[in-house]
Design a protein around this ligand. Structure first.
Ligand SMILES: [Zn+2]
Length: 79
C-alpha cells in the first residue's frame, strides 16, 4: 500500500469519527432541552426529524421549555 493511499484512508476515518461525535452531542442537547410532545395537544415530536425541528416552536419560560406543534401554533396566533 502506498503512503498516499494510507493517508487518504486515515483522513476519511477521522472525518467519520468527528461526524459521529457531532451527532452524539446533538442528540444529547435535544434530549436535555426539548420535551417529547407538543405541550398543548401532546402530539409526538420526533427529534430526528429535520422537518419537525424547522416547523415546531420552542417557547422558553425560565427553565421550562414548551414545545408547540405547527397546528397549535396557528391556533394560538388566530385566537
Ligand atoms: Zn399541538
Amino acid at each position: 500500500m502506498s503512503n498516499n493511499l494510507k493517508r487518504k484512508i486515515s483522513r476519511k476515518k477521522n472525518l467519520k469519527e468527528e461526524k459521529d461525535a457531532n451527532k452524539e452531542l446533538q442528540s444529547k442537547l435535544s434530549s436535555i432541552f426539548l420535551p417529547d410532545n407538543c405541550s398543548l395537544c401532546n402530539k409526538v415530536f420526533d427529534k430526528r426529524s429535520r422537518e419537525m425541528a424547522m416547523n415546531w416552536m420552542v417557547i422558553a419560560d425560565g427553565d421550562t421549555k414548551a414545545l408547540i406543534c405547527p397546528e397549535c401554533w396557528e391556533k394560538s396566533k388566530n385566537s
